[in-house]
Design a protein. Structure first.
Length: 107
């Protein structure tokens, strides 16, 4: 997820979602991804970052940085729902409903 964030993935999917010419099927997939993205993250005992509801091995690195080109970008291993909501909110308005749904499910 940190690589996705570092490569402006949030901005890209937000643009896709807002664009009126984006096919409905793509908008649906973006919505599904937003739910997945906003789910709480946990770190297992081996240091792998995982979505709380992910059931299989993910292959996430335990490193605290991502590599973009030849550059290492430092970042946290996991982010809270609040942090991700704030980051996504810079690109897409009205995500409070999704966050509310997620909080209801995970509590």
């Amino acid at each position: 997820m940190r690589t996705f964030e570092a490569l402006n993935g949030l901005q890209t999917i937000s643009l896709l979602f807002r664009n009126r010419q984006t096919p409905e099927k793509v908008r649906l997939r973006v919505t599904e991804f937003l739910y997945f993205y906003l789910l709480p993250e946990v770190e297992d005992s081996q240091g792998h970052q995982r979505n709380r509801y992910q059931m299989r091995e993910s292959g996430y690195s335990s490193a605290q940085f991502v590599v973009i080109g030849n550059e290492r970008v430092m970042g946290p291993k996991t982010r809270s729902i609040e942090q991700k909501e704030e980051m996504l909110g810079k690109h897409l308005k009205g995500i409070e409903g999704i966050v509310r749904d997620i909080r209801r499910v995970v509590s």
